[in-house]
Design a protein. Structure first.
Length: 614
């Protein structure tokens, strides 16, 4: 298939993958001249647009002269590594995108390692070459060092290098070219055709299709998306689905689609090497393959790295349950989580300790927070517990996951950063000073040390730190880690918060709510400055009397409260607390609402200290 190329664009988060795909689609002429386009057209999900990150791997196709180029845009965040691994199974080469200022970062290493292991030839693109702090030559040296460190072969080291300004749609073979923002992506298209091999396979051979993604259509039902590795898939044909268990299940293919830009074109047949969307396969799952019914030759099932973090999802049992959401039962939760398993290969769901709770395992806090945020927008109400790491037992040893953490911050904050990471068992392995006033520090740290770390470091460095991490294997379990150093301010009765009550309580710590908010007993309304929890009356009103006092007309001045977003709320909670998620509100609460039945926090701290002493 000489007129076909399959490539994946891989990079660290925010290095410009989706922006580059935008420019390639526009310059290929795939859109009509009068078409109204938005920036980052590949980020179709609302959450992707709001956060400016790619969450789901997506594929598109464009034409350069007579050659069709299938492109897979992959996520850059390590929590969505399962999406990257699936994408690499569909392609014959990769565009490795690296920021010309930041250089290779942890996810760059992760995606490149996967690509080199799959023996995919790379084309290296240095993006954002127009930045005032761009250091193209030094970054290129770092990329070569990374390739060597990952045991790249001589052929893989012989990669073409392009210098790009994706926002301006300009690519050049020399670093001086795109800085002015002029030019086209013609050199990039030419490098793809010259360096990425055509797909191999026999159109007349035994049918082999690997399913790497799923979609759903109200009219067509479930749609399997994948690549035809061998043979030709035809509409209306009878095939066999090779299940993950190894069983072969017969099926009939009702419709076939190929990709063109952001559209799908119906097709009668799709030959090997091309991407295809198939309707009529209701029970198929990601990782399974479609093969010939008469002469089956199934492909190896697709496997991804195991999850390292777990959270408990349970039904909302709070007094305000059902006010905002419509999906509040354990059956609703189970149905939604089962649906998520169909399209998300890096998520696992287990039954919890009670009949209405579920243990959801994933790659990291962000991945699980995205799932929770999606569910609340769909009308679900639920409670989620504190994230906990997944431990393994190997040969009588208890193992826990470890992360490689990279922090980029101004030189003045090195001391406080080292102190904060030391308490979380972070071990510094590398420090690089580029001479620009900022330093890059690399640490190895247990995964549970990252829980709550981002908000702490951003506070310590006044919002100037850049924090990235990636899974780095398993280590011996290091024992208990310190609890949250502060306690919670907990409402002791139901009602609506008042400015007078908040004014009296705010000297105790930092408040999470303002006046006029409905509260209930056991709801967390702020963070105590001390380590013990404190029950407070947040609904108290000022007594009205006929007597006048010298202070009667003093204005009540409230310190602005801190609104916690979903990730901050998940990071803040302790083991005995939940985050209450509803479509419009995020609340924090104690697991046991009745203060008389609730164990005191000092007892938890003492128990933790006793465990550490043993």
């Amino acid at each position: 298939m000489p007129n076909l190329r399959n490539i994946a664009i891989i990079a660290h988060v925010d290095h410009g993958k989706t922006t580059l795909v935008d420019a390639m689609l526009r310059q290929s002429g795939i859109f009509r001249e009068n078409a109204t386009l938005v920036d980052r057209v590949m980020d179709s999900n609302d959450l992707e647009r709001e956060r400016g990150i790619t969450i789901l791997a997506k594929n598109t196709a464009l034409f350069f002269h007579d050659t069709k180029i299938n492109i897979v845009d992959t996520p850059g965040h390590s929590d969505f590594g399962g999406e990257v691994e699936r994408a690499l199974r569909m392609v014959d080469g990769v565009l490795l995108l690296v920021d010309a200022s930041e250089g290779p970062l942890p996810q760059t290493r992760y995606v490149l390692q996967k690509a080199l292991a799959a023996k995919l030839p790379p084309v290296v693109v240095l993006n954002k070459i127009d930045r005032s702090d761009a250091r193209a030559a030094a970054v290129l040296d770092e990329i070569y060092s990374l390739f060597i460190d990952l045991d790249a072969t001589e052929d893989q080291l012989d990669f073409p290098v392009l210098y790009c300004n994706a926002k301006a749609g300009a690519a050049h073979r020399e670093p001086e070219g795109p800085a002015a923002g002029k030019g086209t992506l013609l050199p990039l298209f030419e490098a793809i055709l010259a360096s990425i091999p055509s797909p191999v396979g026999d159109p007349e051979g035994v049918l082999q299709v690997q399913v790497t993604n799923l979609d759903y259509n109200d009219f067509l039902g479930r749609i399997a998306i994948g690549r035809v590795f061998n043979g030709t898939v035809r509409r209306g044909s009878d095939v066999a689905i090779s299940k993950l268990s190894g069983a072969l299940v017969p099926a009939k293919l009702t419709k076939l689609f190929t990709f063109r830009g952001l559209e799908r074109d119906e097709a009668d047949a799709v030959i090997c090497g091309d991407m295809v969307a198939i309707a009529g396969v209701e029970d198929i799952q990601i990782g399974e393959s479609i093969t010939s019914l008469e002469n089956p030759a199934p492909l190896e099932p697709l496997l991804v790295d195991e999850p390292t973090l777990a959270m408990v999802f349970t039904v909302n049992t709070g007094p305000l349950c059902g006010r905002e959401g419509t999906l509040v039962t354990s059956r609703d939760l189970r149905t939604r989580l089962t649906k998520e398993l169909l399209t998300n290969v890096s998520i696992r769901v287990e039954d919890g300790e009670t009949t209405d709770s579920f243990r959801v395992l994933g790659r990291g806090e962000l991945q699980l927070a995205i799932l929770i945020e999606t569910m609340r927008r769909e009308g679900y109400e639920l409670l989620v517990g504190k994230p906990e790491i997944v431990v393994r037992n190997a040969g009588g040893r208890k193992l826990e996951p470890q992360e490689l953490l990279v922090v980029d911050c101004p030189e003045t904050f090195i001391g406080i950063l080292m102190e904060g990471l030391g308490t979380r068992r972070g071990e510094m392995v590398k420090m690089v000073n580029h001479g620009s006033g900022r330093v890059r520090l690399e640490f190895r740290i247990p995964s549970r040390g990252l829980i709550g770390l981002r908000s702490q470091l951003l506070t310590d460095t006044r919002g100037t730190a850049l924090i990235h991490s990636i899974f780095d294997g398993w280590i011996d379990y290091g024992g208990e880690m310190a609890l949250r150093p502060t306690g919670a301010l907990v409402a002791d009765r139901p009602g609506a918060s008042t400015a007078f009550a908040l004014w009296n309580v705010q000297e105790r710590g930092e408040m999470f709510i303002g006046p006029g908010v409905d509260v209930y007993e056991g709801m967390i309304v702020g963070e105590n400055a001390r380590e013990a929890d404190m029950d407070v009356n947040i609904t108290k009103e000022k007594k009205q009397t006929n007597m006048r006092a010298s202070s009667a007309d003093e204005a009540i001045r409230l310190v602005p409260h801190r609104d916690l977003n979903l990730e901050q709320a998940i990071e803040f909670i302790a083991d005995d607390e939940y985050v209450e998620i509803t479509p419009k509100t995020i609340r924090l609460r104690k697991k046991i609402l009745d203060s008389k039945k609730r164990p005191r926090r000092w007892q938890q701290i003492r128990a933790s200290q006793e465990v550490k002493a043993e």
